[in-house]
Design a protein around this ligand. Structure first.
Ligand SMILES: *Cc1c(COP(=O)(O)O)cnc(C)c1O
Length: 386
């Protein structure tokens, strides 16, 4: 039973509208999976690069990789990040203990570096791209003692593969690009986004293209991808001798089945998410908020962002959303350097990261969000926006 109050109906009461979740994943149905599950039954090959993992990697290579690049799947985006770091430069050593990491990202980016022994050093972003500016990073005072740079493509926005390749060549410091949410950006532009700098994707259930849990590394360096595979299989490659640092980061056949079914249905998924973004935008424009909403295809379709003018405006919007039972989220928290775990290292202040983190508010969008819910979200935001 819900408690009623005279001025505001309790959430979940009969007369209150239902709460709108920030995200509600929709992965392939059991019927869509069944043909692939039957292949697994017949093969009795459940893990360690079976037929379905190899088929998924081939189809992904054809669709999201530049000619000459290959795709290696992983158990998660974080596993793919760790594998790419180990393949690029191995575990941290005393001469190069640092990983330079964008302050504005999901915690997984820094967790992956730590798992490989690196001490995260957070770097501020360019307010226009929300990402590290590779030109500015050339002058970073820790560069000489840096083992790896982790650049990030925030919310699946396109990254600058060429600029990072130039950075790596001129500084000698290897780079991995955490493009966890960039499946759609890569589909649109594989030739410029993939190449000599490894690009890591996540296929977590909340990403636009999902396998439940999963991830991938895309790279033109085929020997490098073999080192990724070795890292994700206990240091084994073509033998039972462990020859490098590793862990279990492999994708299972069951997760590959979800990925193959998701690719089968991708055209319909993409058409629906384009229609949804257009509808969302039209409703926002009608409310005078057209310039405040950031939607696909500017960012990945699993995100919708509301751009507030300041931290206090964002908090006022949060309060209005809260009152309307609309879930919302600062997807990258206050900036990684201000997460309690990392703040213990007393990192430097990162003003652009903090400004972005405070102003970009995640609002609900998901495959079957309905129009009344979008109307409610926009109405709640219109109550606070000047
Ligand atoms: C989703 C995400 C990850 C983590 O991927 P998992 O598959 O959950 O391990 C890492 N970095 C960014 C930027 C992400 O959005």
């Amino acid at each position: 039973m819900s408690v009623q109050s005279p001025d505001r109906p309790a959430i979940g009461s009969a007369d209150a509208p239902p709460a709108v979740p920030i995200y509600r994943a929709l992965l392939p149905s059991a019927d869509a999976l069944l043909p692939y599950l039957r292949i697994i039954d017949a093969n009795r090959h459940y893990a360690n690069r079976g037929e379905l993992v190899r088929r998924l990697e081939t189809r992904l290579r054809e669709q999201i990789a530049a000619p000459g690049c290959a795709v290696l799947t992983a158990a998660s985006g974080t596993a793919a990040l760790q594998a790419a770091i180990l393949a690029q430069t191995g575990r941290a050593d005393p001469a190069r203990p640092f990983a330079l990491i964008a302050g504005y990202t999901f915690v997984a980016t820094a967790m992956a570096a730590e798992a490989c022994g690196y001490t995260p050093v957070f770097v501020d972003i360019d307010p226009a791209t929300w990402a590290i500016d590779p030109a500015a990073l050339r002058h970073h005072d820790r560069l000489a003692r840096t083992g790896i740079v982790l650049a990030v493509a925030p919310y699946g926005r396109p990254h600058d593969q060429q600029a990072w390749a130039d950075f790596a060549t001129s500084t000698g410091v290897p780079v991995v690009i955490d493009a966890a949410a960039s499946f759609e950006a890569l589909l649109r532009n594989p030739a410029t986004l993939t190449g000599t700098v490894p690009v890591v994707l996540s296929f977590h259930a909340t990403k636009a293209f999902a396998t439940g849990e999963g991830g991938a590394v895309i790279w033109s360096d085929i020997e490098g991808l073999k080192r990724c595979a070795r890292a994700m299989n206990f240091g084994f490659l073509y033998s039972r001798e462990s020859r490098a640092a590793g862990f279990n980061g492999k994708m299972s056949e069951y997760h590959a089945a979800i990925g193959l079914a998701a690719l089968d249905g991708w055209d319909a998924t993409a058409a629906a998410s384009a229609r949804l973004a257009a509808r969302y935008r039209a409703i926002a424009v009608r409310a005078g908020l057209g310039d405040r909403l950031i939607l696909a295809s500017e960012i990945a379709s699993n995100y919708a962002l509301f751009r507030a003018d300041s931290r206090s405006d964002a908090l006022a919007s949060c309060a209005c959303l809260e009152a309307a039972a609309i879930e919302h989220r600062f997807w990258y928290g206050p900036g990684l350097h201000r997460e309690p775990y990392f703040a213990a290292h007393r990192p430097a202040a990162l003003p652009a990261t903090e400004a972005c983190a405070a102003a970009l508010l995640g609002i609900p969008v998901f495959p079957d969000i309905d129009e009344p819910a979008i109307e409610r979200i926009i109405a709640a935001l219109a109550r606070t926006a000047p």
